[in-house]
Design a protein around this ligand. Structure first.
Ligand SMILES: C[S@@+](CC[C@H](N)C(=O)[O-])C[C@H]1O[C@@H](n2cnc3c(N)ncnc32)[C@H](O)[C@@H]1O
Length: 930
């Protein structure tokens, strides 16, 4: 619709456009604003319209970037929220207000749009539409700014998506052009390099790195429509861009500048390319690459390659939100706080000193992502550091008159590309990362120009980020960047459990962990091991996005003990949250983010009480432990005996190892029952499913069967023979040996009296861990644990809120289900010494729970405890049980789960203190360690 306004805009009738067409209000500032440059040249701008404090200013000329920036600075003194238009005969520059107040991220105040007069310019027209005010509703300024920001953000997202699709088309087109016999490694390498170059050229076309559209014009005018000379033209152009002083400038190349740097250095002889590839390039050139977010498209480009490659390397891309969740608490927030503190100093001299100190600190930082993919962590880190640097420079600039401070916005930059490092095993993303860093650099420079009117000349390229192509678990990180306390390491390395990784990847992991290797460690932990080794005695910081399994169950000890022993502490952690990603083919995982340092400010802990919602930051007192809860830095090791011997022992259930021949399904039951001997030994058989959801299964329990009976029953003869055959085929010698007692379960733990049956897993949504009593003639499978529990204490404790809080904190999971483990969660449960009275009252309260359940005999345990479905009597019984267990633990009945966990870790630390290897280490000497 606003397309119709463009002729008026082009004529310069801007006041009419704003007031008549876009429904803005009359200007509210009478005086114009005038800026003067060093040569005495003056330019002015006048206010032509306003809307709730947001003002539009127009300058009837384009005085050049320095004066434009100065004029804008003067306008900013009275109009924080402003739109400034510079207008001459041929074009206008619209400086739009874009406010970003996203938790600690960049606040970019203006963004320029160059509008060439006479063109269709649909994007510009769309922006005008966004600032068309409604007739009858008055918006506030924030709502208007919000609309503008949304328009820019959506545009960047959409353009980035479109751009990655176009890159995919080009990838496919160039891949097809390679002769079938080409070595795939050579082909992939050449495509990676070539597409990264083309990307760079398209971006340069749109960001004044050379004459605008020089590359597009070469493809349009120098390449024949059928694309037959495309490869030759590209080969020549790449060579030309790499030549410092070319003797001859081929036709169409005059608009470029010498690029230098690694981009065009390697000579690649491209195969014959065709019309499709030419069209693909021209289509991609139509995108406005200046507004593309390198952080977004990087992850999308990586998905250009096939899904199989992605899976094999364990890729799943990190959204910008998750990158900032890592970088902000690791180091960026601290720098921003330092900036605020510097600005709050009481004298100009102190402010200048503090700002300069911070500026030096920014320049000292080195950042490395050792699994960098397309470089999104380093790109965002660079962008944010440059943004802080820009704020420092602006603050110093504002103080300069009072302090004769010299500031050369171009030359003084201290945050530079060569302070950023990446390691990536796959060449394609590594090449994109390098290019994307140039792009980010240029975008930051353009912002600098908006504020100071000048930007550094980067061509020929002098400095670049270092992206090493290689295996980060094998190559020496100290050769990439020397370790020091100013190095920050962060990223999102691949997550691969033992069954998901290749033999080579397992060998990587064994090599980095050495004697500390443990089969439960995920591939991602290799990056933690390397970080400890890399930093050695240096301070520094590191943080990785990881699968949440590293802070649960068995891997906790093998991973965290070496880190804590090396003097690191958890600086911050994001507790489990579901993964979202900018790339398609998202991996479905739950993540944590953990950052380490060797001491510093109060640690920070982020929790996700409502999945899918932003985290809340918890008030941490003391430290964060390996289970990502507040509490002493203990590590809970598996233990062969309960910590408190008053608490009964639990045992593994009965393990058949029978190929299914001792188990009787409902359909087989009639046949077994028709055999008079076999029917005597038929028993109810309970696995976790039957325990929780009900349902009938049976087994042949032949412990008391005589050899004669076994021989005389056709059913038993056949089934026992089949078990024997099954066991004899096993690779395990002990199983083959058990073929001699083929009528028996392979491991037997069945008590001769009633017992408690505890499932190996329950859903994480259950309010309590579930268990139930059975008579001795009900056989439990090894999907359950069992305990004699004659007085009901085990049942009562396991059914309490304190136990499920402990289980959730230290137990492992299968998918997200809670996994009971006798060594790790039961034996370590730090139950305080119970008086006889407490013992009896807790057991009694357990009986009340069982009685409340008895009212629902026909209902399965799963249904009885479905979230939101617990009946009143059952709820009351559990509350009563909780109140008794809580009293024994001395914990408030109102305590949250996290508070219960902190309390439990304190209790665990106390209970094991006599057994500790070192103060607070939580090492438990009698614990079983693998
Ligand atoms: C989860 S992706 C992260 C990529 C990117 N930083 C992001 O967050 O979107 C993990 C990256 O690690 C790379 N990778 C896998 N194994 C590696 C290894 N042994 N050494 C270095 N990089 C590796 C993969 O190719 C992939 O790019």
């Amino acid at each position: 619709m606003s397309q119709e306004l463009l002729p008026k805009v082009d004529r310069g009738d801007l006041q009419e456009v704003f007031i008549e067409d876009l429904n803005w209000l009359a200007p509210d500032v009478k005086q114009s604003v005038t800026a003067t440059d060093e040569a005495g040249r003056k330019v002015s701008a006048r206010n032509i319209a306003s809307y709730k404090g947001l003002r539009v200013w127009v300058c009837d000329e384009r005085p050049g970037s320095v004066l434009e920036a100065e004029l804008d600075r003067l306008i900013a003194k009275t109009s924080t929220d402003r739109l400034v238009i510079f207008d001459d005969d041929k074009e206008q520059v619209w400086r739009w207000p874009v406010r970003r107040a996203k938790d600690g991220s960049v606040t970019s105040r203006l963004t320029s749009h160059r509008h060439k007069k006479g063109g269709a310019d649909p994007k510009f027209a769309a922006r005008l539409d966004v600032i068309r005010m409604p007739f009858d509703v008055v918006l506030d300024a924030n709502a208007v700014l919000g609309k503008v920001r949304e328009a820019f953000d959506t545009e960047a997202q959409n353009e980035s998506k479109r751009a990655s699709k176009l890159m995919a088309t080009m990838y496919a087109a160039v891949e097809k052009a390679y002769p079938g016999k080409t070595d795939p490694k050579v082909r992939d390498h050449e495509i990676s390099v070539t597409l990264a170059r083309i990307l760079f050229l398209m971006f340069g076309d749109d960001t004044e790195m050379w004459t605008t559209d020089a590359f597009r014009n070469v493809i349009q005018h120098e390449v024949l429509p059928d694309g037959s000379n495309l490869a030759q033209v590209l080969n020549e152009l790449f060579t030309f861009l790499d030549t410092a002083e070319p003797v001859h400038i081929p036709s169409g190349f005059a608009g470029f500048k010498h690029v230098n740097g690694g981009i065009f250095e390697e000579k690649i002889d491209l195969p014959a390319l065709n019309r499709d590839f030419r069209t693909a390039i021209l289509e991609a050139c139509a995108v406005d690459w200046s507004g593309i977010s390198p952080a977004i498209f990087g992850s999308m480009f990586q998905s250009v390659r096939d899904a199989e490659t992605r899976r094999a390397l364990g890729e799943h891309y990190t959204s910008e939100e998750n990158i900032l969740k890592t970088l902000n608490p690791l180091f960026l927030d601290e720098l921003r706080e330092e900036l605020t503190a510097a600005l709050a100093r009481d004298t100009t001299q102190k402010k200048v000193n503090s700002l300069n100190k911070l500026w030096d600190r920014l320049g000292d930082i080195r950042f490395m992502d050792p699994a960098c993919g397309c470089g999104n962590f380093i790109i965002v880190a660079y962008r944010e550091l440059r943004a802080i640097e820009l704020q420092v420079m602006e603050a110093l600039y504002d103080l300069r008159d009072k302090h004769q401070l010299s500031l050369d916005a171009k030359a003084d930059l201290k945050v530079t590309l060569d302070h950023f490092y990446g390691i990536e095993i796959d060449e394609w993303p590594a090449r994109i990362a390098e290019t994307a860093m140039f792009m980010m650099d240029r975008q930051c420079d353009l912002k600098l120009r908006e504020r100071f009117g000048e930007a550094p000349e980067r061509l020929p390229i002098q400095r670049e980020a270092t992206i090493v192509v290689g295996n980060a678990l094998r190559l020496d990180w100290t050769k990439v960047v020397s370790p020091s306390e100013t190095v920050v390491v962060a990223g999102n390395p691949p997550f691969l459990g033992i069954s998901g990784r290749s033999a080579a990847q397992t060998s990587d992991l064994q090599t980095v962990w050495g004697s500390g290797y443990h089969g439960s460690l995920d591939y991602v932990t290799g990056w933690y091991a390397r970080s400890i080794g890399y930093f050695g005695v240096h301070a520094g910081r590191f943080a990785f996005v990881s699968t949440n399994s590293i802070s649960q169950g068995e891997p906790v000890g093998p991973l965290f003990r070496p880190i804590l022993d090396a003097g690191w502490r958890i600086r911050f952690a994001h507790r489990t949250f579901p993964w979202t990603s900018d790339a398609s083919g998202k991996a479905a995982v739950h993540c944590v983010i953990i950052g380490f340092d060797r001491g510093g400010p109060r640690p920070r802990l982020f929790d996700y009480p409502s999945p899918g919602k932003p985290p809340i930051e918890l008030a941490v007192t003391g430290s964060i432990n390996a289970y990502l809860t507040m509490g002493p830095p203990v590590i809970v090791d598996p233990s062969t005996h309960p910590l408190n011997l008053q608490v009964g022992k639990v045992a593994y259930g009965n393990k058949p190892t029978d190929g299914g021949w001792l188990i009787v399904g409902p359909d087989e039951r009639p046949a077994v029952e028709s055999d008079p001997i076999a029917r005597r030994y038929l028993r109810r058989y309970v696995g976790a499913r039957e325990l929780l959801h009900g349902g009938d299964r049976y087994c042949l329990w032949l412990v008391d069967a005589s050899p004669t009976e076994l021989a005389n029953s056709p059913v038993l003869r056949e089934r026992v023979a089949s078990v024997r055959a099954f066991r004899l085929e096993s690779d395990a010698a002990s199983t083959r040996q058990a073929a001699g007692t083929a009528h028996l379960f392979r491991q037997i733990a069945q008590p001769r009296s009633a017992y408690l049956c505890i499932p190996r897993h329950v859903s994480e949504t259950r309010p309590y861990f579930l268990a139930d009593h059975f008579e001795a003639d009900v056989i439990t499978s090894d999907a359950n644990f069992l305990a004699p529990d004659s007085d009901g204490l085990v049942f009562a404790l396991i059914s309490s809120s304190m136990f499920i809080a402990w289980q959730r904190a230290v137990g492992g999971r299968i998918k997200s289900d809670l996994r009971f483990n006798k060594l790790l969660t039961w034996n370590t449960f730090p139950v305080p010494a119970l008086s006889d009275e407490q013992h009896a009252s807790i057991a009694d309260a357990g009986q009340v729970v069982l009685s409340a359940r008895a009212h629902h005999r026909a209902t399965s345990l799963a249904a009885m405890y479905a979230p939101g479905n617990m009946g009143e009597a059952l709820t009351a019984a559990h509350q009563r049980l909780d109140s008794r267990v809580d009293a024994a633990f001395k914990v408030s009945p109102e305590a949250t789960q996290l508070e219960r966990q902190s309390h439990l870790f304190e209790a665990y630390a106390r209970a094991t203190s006599g057994l500790l290897g070192g103060a607070g280490s939580g090492r438990q000497s009698r614990g079983r360690r693998k």
